[in-house]
Design a protein around this ligand. Structure first.
Ligand code: SAM
Length: 273
């Protein structure tokens, strides 16, 4: 009989969120696979769990999977955890879970918090359809292209972003999605300084810049989807920005309005804001 692979979610900040079933599972398995063993050892010590830890991260994942699968096939039970939240969600574990399925090994989850879902539930933005987009590219050109491709997406969008680039990313969103698009900045979720602020991009950037505390910690950005009637506006915002390199804002807005059919005032506001 092969063992079981458990995908165990750990807290994203507040240790009170670690489920009794998660703790009990980690106490009972033969081996725990972790992203950063030193980080996870602290968590296990806090909960009085003493089990062998095996490291699995993006740089060694491919090489280590065979030995983990062998142990599972020999009957050992294995728990996969990551530094925080749900493993596999922008964290290691996918390749192991896929191989376990292929080998017919039983795999089950001990669920718990995941930052994108927590941020979505607090955002006040539509939750009926959403798309999780992971980390925003860090380089300006790649970021612009990435956001531009999503400008007409009508589902709510969820992104991870680092505190170092969060303002730059909001500025890039303003130029790709327009200043009126509502965005929720979820910071330090479940921790002492948790804050969630939802506003149109034109106001949100000012708010972020007004206090350095607003730019500290871990972030999830939740972005309202494009409205059906706004679907073509992102292209218009791009066009008006190009024309404004040569013409004054009012003139540029008038020319872009004629080309795109989007209201002149809307384009003018996108330029000046
Ligand atoms: N697997 C994790 C999960 O399920 O939440 C996500 C891992 S991803 C590598 C880490 C990113 O998630 C951080 O850079 C940040 O963008 C976001 N994140 C994690 N914890 C957070 C928290 N407490 N508050 C806000 N964002 C958080």
């Amino acid at each position: 009989m092969s063992g079981v692979l458990y995908i165990v979610t750990t807290p994203i900040g507040n240790l009170g969120d670690f489920s009794p079933r998660g703790q009990q599972t980690l106490s009972s398995v033969d081996l725990i696979v972790a992203e950063d063993t030193r980080h996870s050892r602290n968590l296990l010590n806090y909960f009085g769990i003493d089990k062998p830890l095996f490291s699995l991260h993006e740089h060694n994942e491919v090489n280590r999977i065979d030995s983990l699968i062998q142990r599972l096939l020999q009957g050992d039970s294995v728990a996969q955890i990551s530094d925080a939240g749900t493993p596999l969600i922008n964290d290691p574990g996918y390749l192991l879970a896929r191989r376990a399925r292929e080998e017919g090994i039983e795999i089950t989850a001990i669920p718990g918090p995941s930052a994108p879902v927590v941020a979505l539930s607090l955002s006040g933005l539509p939750v009926n359809r959403f798309s999780f987009e992971g980390f925003i590219p860090s380089r300006a050109v790649a970021r612009e292209q990435f956001l531009q491709q999503l400008a007409a997406e009508t589902r709510t969008l969820i992104f991870f972003e680092s505190p170092r680039r969060v303002v730059e990313s909001l500025q890039a969103m303003r130029s790709c999605f327009g200043p009126e698009r509502r965005v929720s900045v979820a910071r330090e979720l479940t921790k002492i300084h948790e804050s969630v602020h939802t506003a149109p991009l034109c106001e949100l950037i000012e708010w972020m810049e007004s206090d350095s505390n607003n730019r500290r910690g871990e972030f999830v950005l939740v972005v309202e989807g494009a409205q059906e009637e706004d679907k073509d506006d992102s292209e218009a915002y791009r066009i008006v920005e190009i024309i404004a390199r040569e013409l004054a804002p009012r003139k540029a807005a008038a020319v872009a309005a004629e080309i795109t059919g989007v209201r002149k005032n809307k384009l003018y506001r996108s330029l000046v804001e």
